[in-house]
Design a protein around this ligand. Structure first.
Ligand SMILES: [Zn+2]
Length: 469
């Protein structure tokens, strides 16, 4: 890693480059199909990225499903009957304006070019209306045409109109089509929600900004069913839940902005939407959406399928189609927001360093254990014992990816700290000669301050639990 001089290092795109490079170097995230030159808009998660992502997903599931009594988890199939996408409006309307350069034939999203070229007008410093030109060669752009963003495929051996299916562009519809199943199996009372984590796919015209706009991504969505007259109250409740979530995963409050959608930009199904926008290194852009979808989806599926998707209220003896509030969370955008707000360059002991200031709850590795020296068997033996003890205690709390506890005896201690700092490990435990000879416990080093504390062996588990929560 080359450190540039301070005055050169304040460019935000430099920071994005540094984050992408750290992600690759340390095994978080790789370009998809990299050895073949990549596949635009796809990213592969390595062990630490996977652990970070799983920690975020597990925490979301805990807060939005397990901790509550009114949620029903789902894992619906990605492929759905094409009629579901006709009913939802995606076959007819899920499209972006595509423009093609007449000279170099490159393709762009017209709306993105508009905001880009207006924003960067150097003469006025402000928005300016002018005709759009190709950002790659300056050539003239052809007329815009609507491009449907769903990935189309066929199901089964015979290709025909009837065999068309799509890779789902959102997880929401998999829940709406199961609404009646949940009602019939569980007889829930309003308000209640369905929740799902899963992959979604959008054939973006111009994937960009690392994980921000990818063609394959993951969503965590809740469809919260309510009585129509309660929608404003419920909307406010979900805005609060969403903000608490942002703070719990360590996003700084001053980088979070709530943006109300104007009437003309609302999706076809929504009466009110507020986004949480986040200050990414490439600018303030959408992170999460919260939409009041009314009864649009259930009504549409009900009339297209011919199946009654109404709800009967036993107390009031009313039958009606519930309305829906939808808090929608992109997993990969969360990973990107977390990574970019955790990324810190500072100086420690007269040397430059990089570290990821993850909230301990989502850090891929919580504790690393080192013997001070690799070539002293008695140190290594003791360190292995402590490693086994911590692993037993903390590993069960995470899932696949990387273990929550790591053992490292490579290189010198400074090198190990540097590596753990770069993957965002909050605590490092070192076993030295005082541990063995004087029973003086171990040293625990804090990632953010670099300070070391001696902690008795017997207190170590309790000490670390107290720190990482
Ligand atoms: Zn061009």
């Amino acid at each position: 890693m080359i450190f540039m001089k301070k005055e050169k290092r304040n460019s935000q795109s430099d920071i994005m480059e540094s984050i992408i490079s750290l992600c690759k170097r340390r095994g978080f995230i790789y370009q998809g199909s990299e050895i073949y030159g990549g596949l635009a808009g796809t990213w592969d998660y390595g062990p630490y990225g996977l652990a970070l992502k799983n920690n975020i997903k597990n925490l979301w599931w805990k807060r939005f499903v397990d901790d509550r009594d009114d949620m029903y988890g789902m894992d619906a199939a990605i492929l759905m009957n094409q009629k579901a996408w006709q009913a939802s409006g995606h076959v007819g309307g899920f499209s972006d304006p595509l423009v093609e350069c007449s000279k170099c034939k490159h393709r762009f999203r017209e709306d993105q070019l508009e905001s880009q070229q207006q924003r960067s007008d150097p003469k006025t410093g402000g928005p300016k209306v002018r005709s759009l030109s190709c950002p790659d060669c300056g050539g003239a752009l052809g007329p815009a045409r609507q491009f449907n963003m769903m990935f189309k495929t066929t199901v089964g051996a015979v290709e025909s109109e009837d065999s068309i299916s799509y890779l789902r562009p959102e997880t929401a519809q998999g829940m709406f089509v199961n609404f009646k199943n949940i009602i019939d199996s569980f007889h829930p009372k309003l308000p209640f929600g369905m929740a799902q984590i899963g992959k979604a796919f959008r054939n973006e015209i111009a994937p960009r900004d690392f994980l921000f706009r990818a063609r394959e991504f993951e969503q965590m969505e809740v469809e919260y069913f309510i009585r129509p007259e309660e929608w404003e109250k419920q909307f406010d409740i979900w805005e609060k839940i969403r903000m608490d979530w942002c703070l719990e995963i360590g996003l700084p409050k001053d980088k979070i902005h709530i943006r109300e959608h104007a009437k003309e930009e609302l999706s076809h199904y929504s009466k009110r939407t507020t986004d949480i926008e986040f200050d990414y290194p490439f600018g303030q852009k959408e992170l999460y959406g919260l939409a009041y979808r009314t009864d649009f989806d259930l009504k549409a599926h009900s009339s297209t399928s011919g199946v009654d998707l109404s709800y009967f209220d036993e107390e009031t003896k009313e039958r009606f189609i519930p309305h829906v509030i939808e808090p929608s969370v992109g997993v990969d955008r969360t990973v990107l927001a977390v990574l970019s707000s955790a990324y810190v360059e500072d100086e420690m002991g007269g040397e430059k360093r990089i570290y990821l200031k993850f909230a301990p709850a989502i850090a891929p590795v919580k504790v690393a254990v080192f013997p001070l020296l690799k070539n002293k068997p008695e140190l290594v033996k003791k360190a292995r014992e402590i490693y086994a003890l911590l692993k037993k205690e903390f590993n069960s709390s995470t899932s696949l990816g990387a273990g929550a506890v790591e053992f490292d005896d490579n290189g010198n201690i400074g090198k190990r700290y540097r590596r753990q700092d770069e993957i965002g490990t909050p605590y490092c435990v070192t076993i030295d000669f005082d541990t063995l000879e004087k029973g003086a416990g171990v040293t625990v080093r804090d990632r953010d301050s670099g300070k070391q504390e001696r902690v008795g062996e017997g207190e170590l588990v309790k000490y670390i639990s107290g720190k990482i929560g």
